[in-house]
Design a protein around this ligand. Structure first.
Ligand code: ADP
Ligand code: MG
Length: 618
């Protein structure tokens, strides 16, 4: 008897399903990618019970004719690849032709599809790879697919699934990512009858970010664009002051495909450098465009992982682009690096002060001084070509293109390398004076320090509050007047399911109508007079985390908020004794170099740097 036999298709499909259809979110992903490939302008998704009872996707794309609809559910049927050469120039999201047969192998499928030129749609009912019925029906142009009873015939797979909340989160996550990848498509997601996402589909990435992450985040995104011989980027990166405790708010898109790339993610984070507090991650939505031949998407069946042929070059460039954009938006003021200058020329140069504006909502004074030497910058301009182009909102907008380039190079040569972070301050800082009621001038044997007094106090308070919060006492305080807050219906669902977390934090509340809650008790560590703000902050944190967050995260954020509220602001004169005490407390913190939002606390001018400025050394 022959040993080697061809597997029946149904078995092969079931095996393939193990790779492609890991969980409900992977089904959603495959169906949505097909709808996107079909040129849809509008895609509606509905799920019930974490996608296990129902996943319904409806699109207004090009549709399929009867024979194609059937073929699509057979193994390796694809309309997207004609020959092997195509494999190296993939422009569609799908190409392996195994998604639909894999899904059909482990669920009960109904599908209806109609093309522009057809009057009726063709429908199919399939169960575990077997076609049960076919018919014609009326249906708008496009395709509808209903997946029911996912994994009904693979109980082992069911066992691997996490809680319904986790599966819901995963589905929400993938719809978010695809919506970010396609701002030109309107996405709607309904979860157990509630609309949880709707994007306009007007082609505006920032509007999509707004729809997904909310206004607070959208307001703090910086546009980034850049060109390289082989690559192009555009998108938005979040200011370092808005971060989350997980990397899942970083969305990397390559030629319209959402991908995971450890190397590129690291490049982005490296681009932020020391701006990010430890274990905090930014919001990022970046589109990378490159020739399809430079990226291999056929590494893994889920097509989430990709390989780049010029990976190192790409990573280096990406890091630089992120870094430059952040520097350029004037988040870090630093003195220019002296080593690279030509002193024979610069002797006559006057020091030229240029002003750059801090983020509008920065609690500190709005203007900071960056020292730069004009002629040096101009010299370097002669020899170098434009590297990045970018559009920037806000007041930092350069007057003209030339100035933009100058500023960009200026920022680059300043080359803030965060070396303070790894360097010790050395011995205690001795205060010399206070500058504009905002900065403390201090010295030790290593030179001169400019210390931002607000940032310093925030750091001190933050570490203090974090300690208090990590061992919260059990006693709470009952509010004489309960505090009510109102949120949207879908947010209320998240708050509802997070009651345990609130209780653990010492916040006792009860629902008050459909969309409001009544807070009766708060923890004793809340700052007097700031109770409402703190509740709002925690509620927002839980909503933004969509139920997926850690207590530690919330405590950390609360500590940050309390630290900020409790700290002295700029333009506040303090005595010498107060300066001394502040610097002493600062030197006792774990990280005296960046405030909890990641901004620098101090700028250091080494004696050597000062001596070079005065031409005492060469
Ligand atoms: P792939 O996307 O890798 O080609 P799939 O199994 O996901 O494989 O889909 C098979 C084929 O079915 C696709 O190539 C496409 O021609 C067709 N198809 C699937 N979904 C849709 C849809 N929503 N609209 C139009 N055509 C579709
Ligand atoms: Mg597909």
């Amino acid at each position: 008897m022959r040993k080697v036999q061809v597997m029946p298709d149904s078995l092969a499909n079931k095996i393939a399903a193990g790779e492609v259809v890991e969980r409900p979110a992977s089904v959603v992903k495959e169906l949505l990618e097909n709808s996107i490939d079909a040129g849809s302008k509008r895609i509606d998704v509905e799920i019930e019970e974490g996608g296990l009872s129902l996943i319904y996707v409806h699109d207004d794309g090009e549709g399929m004719e009867a024979s194609d609809l059937k073929a699509a559910f057979l193994r390796h049927a694809t309309s997207k690849m004609l020959n092997e050469r195509d494999l190296f120039r993939i422009r569609t999201l799908g190409f392996r032709g195994e998604a639909l047969p894999s899904i059909a192998a482990v669920s009960k499928v109904e599908a209806a599809s109609r093309r522009k030129d057809d009057l009726l749609a063709h429908t199919l009912t399939i169960e575990g790879s077997k076609i049960l019925s076919e018919a014609q029906t009326s249906h708008p142009i496009g395709t509808s697919i209903w997946i029911r009873g996912l994994f009904f015939n693979t109980p082992a797979r069911l066992k691997y699934l996490k809680s319904m909340q986790t599966e819901n989160n995963q589905i929400q996550d993938i719809v978010n990512r695809l919506a970010l990848a396609h701002p030109e498509i309107s996405f709607k997601l309904i979860n157990d009858g509630r609309e949880v996402l709707k994007t306009a589909g007007a082609g505006d990435l920032l509007a999509t970010i707004h729809a997904i992450y909310g206004l607070d985040v959208a307001k703090k995104m910086i546009p980034i664009t850049g060109n390289h011989l082989d690559f192009e980027i555009n998108g938005f990166i979040g200011k370092p002051e808005i971060t989350r405790g997980s990397r899942s708010y970083i969305t990397l898109l390559v030629n319209g495909r959402f991908v995971r790339s450890f190397i590129l993610q690291k490049a982005i984070l490296d681009g932020y450098h020391t701006l990010l507090p430890i274990n905090r991650y930014p919001f990022v939505a970046l589109q990378l465009t490159m020739d399809p031949s430079l990226v291999d998407v056929n590494v893994h069946p889920s097509k989430l992982e990709v390989r780049f042929s010029k990976e190192e070059e790409l990573a280096k460039w990406l890091k630089e682009a992120v870094n430059q954009t952040l520097l350029y938006s004037s988040l870090i003021p630093t003195p220019i690096k002296q080593e690279k200058r030509d002193y024979s020329q610069s002797f006559q140069n006057k020091l030229n002060f240029s002003y750059s504006t801090m983020p509008a909502d920065d609690p500190r004074v709005s203007e900071q001084v960056i020292i730069k030497e004009q002629s040096y910058v101009e010299d370097s301009f002669e020899n170098t070509k434009a590297f990045f182009t970018r559009e920037i909102y806000e007041k930092t907008e350069p007057v003209n293109e030339r100035e933009a380039v100058l500023q960009s190079f200026d920022a680059k040569d300043q080359n803030y390398d965060g070396s303070l972070d790894t360097r010790q301050i050395g011995s205690t800082l001795e205060p010399l004076a206070q500058l504009h009621g905002t900065y403390i001038l201090a010295q030790n044997e290593e030179g001169l320090y400019l210390v931002d007094q607000h940032a310093a106090q925030e750091r001190i308070n933050y570490e203090r509050f974090r300690k208090i919060l990590s061992t919260p006492s059990k006693s709470g305080q009952i509010l004489a007047l309960p505090y009510t807050y109102e949120i949207t219906a879908s947010e209320a669902v998240i708050i509802h399911s997070s009651q345990v977390v609130f209780a653990q934090l010492g916040i006792i509340q009860e629902p008050f109508g459909d969309r409001s809650f009544l807070v009766r008790e708060i923890p004793d560590w809340f700052l007097p007079g700031k109770e409402e703000e703190q509740i709002e902050e925690i509620v927002q944190l839980i909503i933004q985390g969509r139920g997926d967050f850690s207590l530690a995260d919330i405590r950390d954020r609360s500590a940050q908020l309390m630290a900020c509220k409790a700290s002295i602001k700029a333009n506040q004169y303090i005595t010498r004794a107060e300066m001394e005490s502040l610097l002493l407390q600062l030197s006792n913190t774990e990280n005296p170099f960046t405030c909890p939002h990641g901004r620098p606390i101090m700028i250091h001018f080494s004696l050597y740097e000062i001596e070079k400025l005065f031409k005492r050394v060469m």
